[in-house]
Design a protein around this ligand. Structure first.
Ligand SMILES: *Cc1c(COP(=O)(O)O)cnc(C)c1O
Length: 262
């Protein structure tokens, strides 16, 4: 697939198929179809792919690696200011950071992104709040929770989540929106749903703790970011409001270590 028209056709067909899956999962769960936002997880896919998907109508993009992401979003802004322009009010698309957060990347992330889904320590939230540029609106934040208890994954433990939410909510340049999780992959829908239900329980615990606090910082706590290409139906059944989908939109990712496509 080299031509941009072929790319557009391919991505537009995938986008339609994923949107249909979301609509059907919402119907099965008795939920409104617009209660779920599709976030396109575009890691390893270059600006051509992102622009093709945006031309097909996709508006939110998620990235995992700061360096790769910033080069890409600057290229997108340069080539398509109508979709990706970064001056206030310009550009129809938004960028979400969904990868592991490192202290030395928080300034770049606070400057270039609209959302960060992967806050799992208070120290990182403090840095993002201090480093969010004045002229930009508050950075939208989700707390990442590790419900599968795997050592290798990022995320705070479910028991730490409420304390972290209460610490993050009052930070001035952030707006705490909800909880994100990447449960361990499971083949059976029942096992998938069990993990997503555990995330929802953490979300609800945080929401009721925030509602009891003075200051109204829980007013925007409405986001459950969970579900990917293989399990978005189960996530929607358990209340997901953002599903993060990569391979079902862009195709299989190149193996790790291979050059990023332009
Ligand atoms: C890559 C990625 C996704 C999308 O995964 P697919 O299985 O390709 O849909 C979602 N969330 C995060 C955090 C990711 O890194």
């Amino acid at each position: 697939m080299n031509g941009s028209y072929e790319l557009l056709e391919h991505h537009a067909a995938n986008l339609e198929a994923v949107r249909r899956r979301i609509t059907q999962a919402c119907a099965a769960a008795g939920r409104a179809p617009d209660s779920v936002t599709l976030l396109a997880a575009s890691k390893t896919f270059g600006a051509d792919h992102v622009i093709a998907l945006a031309d097909a109508g996709q508006r939110s993009f998620g990235e995992n690696y700061a360096q790769e992401a910033i080069a890409k979003l600057e290229l997108c802004a340069e080539r398509r200011p109508d979709l990706f322009g970064r001056s206030p009010g310009a550009g129809a698309c938004g960028w979400h950071f969904i990868g592991p957060l490192q202290s030395n990347k928080t300034r770049a992330i606070a400057t270039h992104f609209d959302w960060v889904h992967s806050v799992d320590r208070e120290k990182l939230a403090l840095r993002l709040s201090q480093q969010r540029p004045e002229e930009l609106p508050a950075l939208e934040i989700c707390i990442q929770v590790n419900v599968s208890d795997e050592d290798s994954k990022s995320g705070c433990s479910p028991v730490e989540a409420v304390a972290l939410a209460l610490a993050v909510a009052p930070l001035p340049r952030l707006r705490l929106r909800g909880v994100m999780a990447i449960p361990a992959p499971a083949d059976e829908p029942q096992a998938q749903r069990q993990a997503f239900a555990a995330v929802r329980t953490v979300f609800e615990r945080c929401r009721s703790a925030l509602a009891k606090e003075p200051g109204g910082h829980g007013a925007h706590f409405d986001t459950l970011s969970m579900g990917m290409s293989a399990d978005l139906e189960s996530a929607i059944a358990e209340g997901a409001t953002i599903v993060r989908v990569g391979s079902a939109l862009f195709g299989a990712r190149p193996p790790a270590g291979q050059a990023v496509e332009r």
